[in-house]
Ligand binder design. Structure first.
Ligand code: MN
Length: 430
């Protein structure tokens, strides 16, 4: 039963790029009469037409991409579609438009805006043979020529669009190539930082190895000290003891520093503790690089929640950067002139504890400043930095609810300020 009625329905395909027109026509056409189908542009419309072989095609004329006129001309060239009734539905009502539409091969023409009351009957009328025709058959050539001119225009546009796309594509390829280089750089940085981590472990291992014989030396020195009577020999031995003491301090600092604890121990620590621990490392750095570093004496200890070795790592990292910034200024004079160029200090106020690392180095541009906390961003040569130092610093500081900020002026220097929420001593000291 249903199959009989369905066979009687007129299949209709509406090719239209405007959704509200499609919605309107879908609503107007009686579904008992029409088997309705739609396409959003001419190319998909033609594919759909080949698929369903509709009785009628409603054809919008103005469409982006292929126009309704072009689509009609094309459909008329396709043998299995050439018989289909094509009705142009268009707002093109200028003089000659109707003729050009008919010349292209449309059977009829319904103007937009669509008249809700008459649209369906008009469609049926055309379908039943109410075909429009050109008054003068000889004028068909003129109108076809106009259609051809329009097609040529359209093709020219398409070609220039293609050229533009090709240009845009080339730019994208270039962009991708640049990104690729960046990625390769990042990868080599990663490899580098892996190496550093391995080096850290190696250093820790070596230091362990040194500590054992060091203990032996110290023990025997002590034995000698008790036995030697000669004052001069005693004096020599005393120098040995002092030198060994120094090695011991360095070794224990290095060991401390190379132990990168993974987990955050939320201990209550003090800035005094941190300063005491980094003092000798900073002295080594200072001598090694020939840069005067001043650690401003602490007035009083302030307490905060953190992890000693991680906070030390932050400060050492900032100090290393400061040294680098200073050496950039003038490599030669820096070695002679030991006037402090890097200043480390710490203080507290009612709510926060501050660590400041200030240098009289090259300074940074605003652009550099905006990127320094990004991982792998570095201004140092590849063998000098991983670009991870400051991003690690920020991660560490953040993990203790702290804050790190920077201010800098080109040619004058840079100041890093790290702060942590302060803890009152009475909170934890009985
Ligand atoms: Mn349109």
């Amino acid at each position: 039963m249903t199959s009989v009625t369905e066979k009687k329905r007129i299949s209709i395909l509406y090719i239209e790029d405007n959704p509200s027109n499609r919605n309107l026509v879908r609503y107007i056409l009686d579904e008992d009469v029409f088997d309705y189908c739609e396409a959003v542009d001419a190319s998909t419309g033609i594919i759909a037409a080949k698929e369903i072989i509709p009785d009628i095609i409603l054809m919008d004329i103005n469409m982006t991409g292929m126009s309704g006129l072009e689509a009609t001309i094309k459909i008329r060239q396709i043998p299995e579609l050439s018989h289909i009734v094509i009705i142009a539905v268009t707002a093109k009502i200028m003089k000659g438009d109707r003729e050009r539409i008919l010349a292209a091969g449309c059977n009829a023409y319904i103007p937009k805006p669509i008249d809700v009351d008459t649209f369906q009957s008009k469609v049926i009328e055309v379908f039943k043979g109410g075909e429009e025709s050109l008054n003068d058959d000889s004028s068909i050539v003129t109108y076809m020529k106009q259609n051809q001119a329009e097609i040529v225009d359209h093709l020219e546009n398409e070609i220039s669009n293609l050229k533009e796309s090709r240009f845009a594509l080339r730019m994208k390829v270039k962009e991708l190539e640049e990104k690729n280089i960046e990625l390769e750089h990042t990868q080599s940085m990663l490899v580098h930082s892996e190496k550093l981590a391995a080096l850290g472990q190696l250093v820790a291992g070596i230091i362990h190895e040194i500590r054992t014989p060091l203990a032996g030396i110290m023990g025997y020195q002590q034995l000698l000290m008790d036995r030697i009577q000669d004052e001069e020999q005693k004096m020599f031995l005393d120098q040995c003891v002092k030198a060994v003491e120094k090695i011991k301090t360095i070794v224990s600092d290095m060991l401390h520093f190379s132990k990168r604890e993974q987990k955050n121990h939320n201990d209550i620590i003090s800035n005094k503790q941190v300063f005491e621990n980094i003092q000798s490392l900073i002295n080594i750095l200072s001598k090694q690089e020939g840069i005067g570093i001043q650690i401003v004496d602490l007035q009083e200890a302030h307490y905060f929640k953190g992890n000693v070795s991680q906070v030390e790592q932050v400060l050492i990292s900032l100090v290393s950067n400061a040294i680098f910034a200073v050496t950039e200024v003038n490599d030669d004079s820096a070695h002679i002139d030991m006037d402090p160029k890097v200043f480390v200090k710490s203080w507290g106020d009612g709510s926060k504890i501050f660590f400041e690392v200030r240098d009289k180095g090259v300074g940074m541009s605003k652009e550099t400043m905006s990127k320094i906390f990004e991982p792998f961003f570095t201004t140092k040569p590849l063998d000098k930095g991983t670009g991870l130092g400051l991003s690690i610093c920020k991660t560490i500081v953040d993990s203790f609810n702290g804050d790190v900020s920077v201010s800098s002026k080109m040619g004058e220097g840079t100041t890093f300020l790290v702060s942590f929420p302060i803890r009152k001593t009475r909170d934890f000291v009985s």
